[in-house]
Design a protein around this ligand. Structure first.
Ligand code: SF4
Ligand code: SF4
Length: 358
């Protein structure tokens, strides 16, 4: 097999400095959710390990996830594709098409058997022998099974790939589902979202590439470093939730003042994702910041939970938010009153002490 370049080899070939290489490694370390004492390991792996071969296939989908991925800001998707991975096949980004392109997929699978990372976007449709989603002249399910069985790891990118997405919404006319039922024994990392945050995908690809293992996963196969918190845990509107201050309509004074969107359907309390930490477009914003409730797009079957902007059905762990809100509002008001009273008492005490000194 040919000697493949490492990330460091690519930087050298392009005349880029050691400083920019180390800077990229530091950024990757933080992106992968690793502590700073792991930087030297990342540098070592990036120096020595050949660029990971990536094959990216698209099933039953809208391509929104790839559209999201190419907007990765740190690292830039262009840096990832040109300097940090060897992307051998991708429907959206490739200039080639047709038979030579499909033949290249087969060559890549044969040449890098057991070594390449397979990224899959979109669901699998199973009804009528998978005829509702054809790729390269055959049902996508065949391409997926063939490519997955020979891959080192599979990354299911987007809610469609992870759990079926909108294609699997009731009544699911094409018999669509997530890909993990068709990938055999190859490890699968689920990166749900509609679409997922691009930096999350970059972080997962680089983890598999540099360490040769999938990152630690939760019980739904999602990388813990990106899906370990609920949106609600990191939401900047959380103080309003805790104080029982909720927008009741999209155009009321509470909505304009940035109050909690729970009563407008926000699924933040039951949704695990990094939107509140990483945000989108290099940290610029995320749905809740733009005034839209979280619709829980990284939850399996969220499409069946519409209408998405009406009040969420009573959420078990929280109970009835009206009662909580009322109790919290009373508690908050009582707290404010107590705090005020204590301040007055402390002020009087201080004044009395000062008076005694005179
Ligand atoms: S997860 Fe959403 S954005 Fe991604 S392919 Fe499916 S519908 Fe499109
Ligand atoms: S319910 Fe939604 S808007 Fe309110 S604090 Fe939680 S995540 Fe934020």
């Amino acid at each position: 097999m040919d000697k493949r370049e490492s990330m460091w080899d690519v930087y050298l070939r392009k005349g880029m400095s050691r400083r920019s290489f180390v800077k990229s490694c530091v950024a990757l370390t933080s992106l992968m959710g690793l502590s700073t004492d792991q930087v030297s390991k990342v540098v070592e792996a990036a120096e020595k390990k050949p660029l990971p071969v990536v094959v990216w296939i698209h099933g039953h989908e809208c391509t929104g996830c790839d559209e999201s991925f190419i907007r990765s800001g740190a690292p830039l998707a262009s840096d990832l594709v040109l300097s940090q991975i060897a992307l051998e096949y991708d429907h959206l980004l490739a200039a080639a098409s047709g038979e030579p392109f499909e033949a290249h997929l087969e060559e890549t699978i044969n040449k890098y058997k057991g070594q390449y990372i397979l990224c899959v976007e979109g669901a699998v449709c199973t009804k009528d022998n998978g005829v509702y989603c054809m790729s390269g002249g055959k049902p996508f399910i065949e391409t997926l099974q063939h490519a997955a069985h020979n891959a080192a790891a599979v990354i299911a990118y987007g809610t469609c790939a992870a759990s079926g997405g909108i294609q699997a919404a009731k009544p699911n006319p094409t018999g669509s589902s997530g890909i993990s039922h068709f990938t055999g024994k190859t490890p699968v990392v689920n990166v749900p979202g509609c679409p997922p945050i691009p930096e999350v995908m970059t972080g997962v690809v680089m983890h598999v590439a540099l360490f040769g293992t999938v990152p630690p996963l939760d019980n739904e196969g999602r990388p813990k470093q990106f899906y370990g918190n609920r949106i609600h845990d990191t939401c900047y509107r959380r103080p309003f939730f805790d104080a029982g201050m909720f927008a009741e309509r999209f155009d009321d004074a509470g909505a304009k003042a940035g109050w909690c969107l729970y009563k407008l359907g926000c699924r933040g309390p039951e949704t695990y994702n990094s939107c509140g930490n990483l945000r989108w477009f290099q940290g610029m914003s995320y749905p809740i910041q733009s005034g839209a409730p979280c619709i829980g797009c990284s939850n399996a079957h969220f499409w069946d939970e519409d209408p998405m902007t009406t009040r969420m059905p009573e959420y078990g762990p929280l109970g009835n938010v009206d009662k909580i809100g009322a109790a919290l509002a009373v508690g908050t008001a009582a707290g404010v009153a107590v705090h005020g009273a204590m301040s007055v008492i402390q002020k009087q005490k201080r004044e009395a002490e000062e008076h005694e000194k005179e």
